[in-house]
Design a protein around this ligand. Structure first.
Ligand code: CMP
Length: 140
């Protein structure tokens, strides 16, 4: 299986509860390398752009407000089959549907405040890693 990179965001509800180390330890235990990590307070423009695929949906404005309501931790994770594996470790988007032992089952507050984001496909991983870590994307 191919080595992949994926973007992970520890969202404001989790950072507010100081859960970043628990999340990072879990990713490491699952075999991910943390290739890059930074804390950031997203601007409205960044959040709007990042979630552009959801523009026009009923939850878009609220999502943008939430994602800019406090600091987030942005990370590039790497391992074999990273995109799918990360989604397994996170669990379903809605914590009500998340499997036992997943991060969202354990920590998420609601569908919106679901504690963690992960890229959902190779195309979105490429876009999202470049969005926050352009320096990691090889040129030429
Ligand atoms: P995320 O994986 O970051 O992708 C889009 C986010 O929108 C999602 O997690 C949730 O935080 C948020 N969201 C809020 N309402 C919905 C909804 N009805 N369906 C999907 N995502 C939602």
């Amino acid at each position: 299986m191919a080595i992949e990179k994926t973007l992970s965001i520890i969202k404001p509800d989790a950072v507010e509860r100081n859960l970043q180390e628990s999340f990072i330890q879990r990713f490491k235990k699952e075999g991910f390398k943390i290739l890059a990590k930074k804390e950031a307070l997203l601007t409205k423009e960044e959040a709007q752009d990042f979630y552009i695929e959801h523009k026009g949906k009923v939850f878009y404005e609220s999502l943008v407000n939430y994602m800019t309501s406090g600091p987030v931790v942005l990370m590039v994770l790497e391992r074999e089959n990273a995109i799918l594996k990360n989604r397994e470790v996170m669990g379903a988007t809605n914590p009500k549907d998340a499997a036992p032992g997943t991060l969202r089952k354990e920590y998420a507050v609601s569908l919106e405040k679901n504690s963690v984001h992960g890229s959902d496909s190779p195309a979105s991983a490429a876009r999202e890693v470049e969005f926050f870590f352009p320096e990691l994307v090889k040129c030429c």
